[in-house]
Design a protein around this ligand. Structure first.
Ligand SMILES: Nc1ncnc2c1ncn2[C@@H]1O[C@H](COP(=O)(O)OP(=O)(O)O)[C@@H](O)[C@H]1O
Ligand SMILES: [Mg+2]
Length: 257
């Protein structure tokens, strides 16, 4: 398929720009060096239920690529929701981009959330919006002008192999096509962190590997990527750190090297 030969850096090299590394001496050293995500002894319980996450500590260094795995119900989605600030921890400390998130007011969340692209397990496409409008939505919400982004969005849609479905509504797409729309929407705002929750859940293995290449390409451009999946063949296809959740606890296995 044509999309296989496309690259995020291709065709004018402007769809996704490499993430800039701060060079400004005025930039506090700690913030620039800090991991994008840091969990310290984080616990999470829903209402009066048991703790579903217990004493979770890990870093996602800037520009890293990791998998998060574990059986269904282990807490993968919960952990991701903590990262993109959809959920507050019951205890422990979560820092994003070197800043403690515990004191953040509701008003302080949107600018941080804009730096985090999320591929939701249930995709959450807007049913009344076309493929183009769904993917452009984060840019529109951020107040960008359509004439400034229209070409870039079209280019990204072609890159994910949906160039001929640009005006289609989500319900007319296959599961794999919808998943590619969800992924394109997550990357279009050039997030510093990309979080994907079972992003290959609805596709065959070949499409899964192809979608994985999207994430790898984005990671090469500097984004920090975390992919939750229970698909062990997907996990084995890349030699990267794997975080595993079981019984509320997290273990991290470093790559074989
Ligand atoms: N909103 C919620 N309210 C109460 N319990 C929840 C909620 N979301 C998840 N859980 C529970 O938390 C545990 C972890 O769920 P989840 O994070 O979805 O796991 P995974 O994504 O690994 O399948 C499960 O026992 C689930 O039933
Ligand atoms: Mg889940």
């Amino acid at each position: 398929m044509a999309a296989d030969s496309l690259a995020l850096t291709g065709a004018g090299g402007r769809i996704i720009q490499p993430r800039s590394i701060p060079q400004d001496a005025a930039e506090p050293q700690t913030a620039a060096d800090a991991p994008d995500v840091r969990f310290e002894a984080v616990g999470l319980r829903y209402a009066r239920g048991p703790e579903v996450l217990r004493d979770i500590s890990f870093d996602l260094p800037r520009g890293s690529f990791q998998f998060l795995t574990g059986p269904s119900g282990a807490g993968k989605t919960s952990l991701l929701r903590l990262i993109y600030l959809a959920q507050r921890p019951s205890r422990g400390l979560i820092s994003l981009f070197g800043e403690d998130t515990s004191g953040l007011t509701r008003a302080a969340l949107p600018p941080i959330r804009r730096r985090i692209g999320v591929v939701f397990q249930d995709m959450r496409l807007m049913p009344h919006l076309s493929v183009f409008e769904n993917i452009a939505l984060p840019l529109r919400v951020a107040g960008r002008k359509r004439r400034e982004y229209a070409d870039d969005v079209a280019e990204l849609i072609a890159w994910v192999g949906l160039g001929d479905r640009m005006q289609a509504l989500p319900e007319t797409l296959s599961g794999g096509e919808q998943q590619r729309v969800a992924i394109a929407r997550a990357v279009v705002g050039q997030p510093d962190i990309l979080i994907a929750d079972e992003p290959t859940g609805n596709v065959d293995p070949a499409m899964g590997r192809r979608l994985l290449r999207l994430f790898a390409e984005l990671n090469k451009l500097g984004a920090t990527v975390l992919i939750a999946t229970h698909d062990l063949s997907l996990v084995r296809s890349l030699d990267v750190p794997v975080m595993t959740l079981a019984a509320g606890k997290l273990t991290v296995r470093e790559p074989r090297g």
